[in-house]
Design a protein around this ligand. Sequence first.
Ligand SMILES: [Zn+2]
Length: 285
Amino acid sequence: MRIFDPHIHMTSRTTDDYERMAAAGVRALVEPAFWLGQPRTNAGSFMDYFDSLIGWEPFRAAQFGIRHHCTIGLNPKEANDPRCREVLDILPRYLAKDGVVAVGELGYDSMTPDEDEVFAAQLAMAVEHELPVLVHTPHRDKQRGTQRTLDVLKESGIDLGRVVIDHLNEVTVGLVAGTGCWMGFSIYPGTKMSPDRMAAVLREYGSARMLVNSAADWGRSDPLLTRTTGEAMLTAGFTDDDVDRVLWRNPVEFYAQSGRLELEPSAADEPATAFAGNSIARGGS
Ligand SMILES: [Zn+2]
């Protein structure tokens, strides 16, 4: 099973996680810029973080044969802090860099006027830089937040085929299916989606434009839940090809729209018959 995790925050994970992910079949991932828990007080703090997403983390991932890409943006939560607004001025120089495959995570946290303004400004940057967009949907008031997100996206004039709306569930997927946007699902222990519920959603809505991620971060989360979801799909009667489409070909197709996705030719061409445990470089630290 070859796996591309389209949303995972490796900054918050250990090197043991990289090793376990590689052994489970994860060969590529996208790390979206997000909120680190501790509020940042100036734009310089973001610059150091963005630099780690395009420098240090790809280096760490490469030691385990994993291709690392990232998205860059001012997240909705910190969009509300005036000390962080200057980040919008430094974004264009990061959006020009190799390895940055989308603008994100954007969208709403509490649906404030500040969030509206920062969301719209970054959608315009995505259009200008011809990059896809990763949109976070709020964890509270999810249905209203998702609907408002769709309204803003339609107003912006962005090509909806270049947008993924993430953290969907059974309640919100119906709002997005049929809009042309890609649909992201975060499989989390305890909350959000479980592997079995995900398989049921795929049964009902099909696998086109569906992305499954672990969204593992500094909270309670599990970077191997992409693999567990693939196994749940097989148990539910899906074929190996269905699993390969959802866990590999769909995220490749979505992020390839950036023109910057770099995958090993062998990883990009053929489905794996066995995980590449023997060829993984160990350690290096
Ligand atoms: Zn995230």
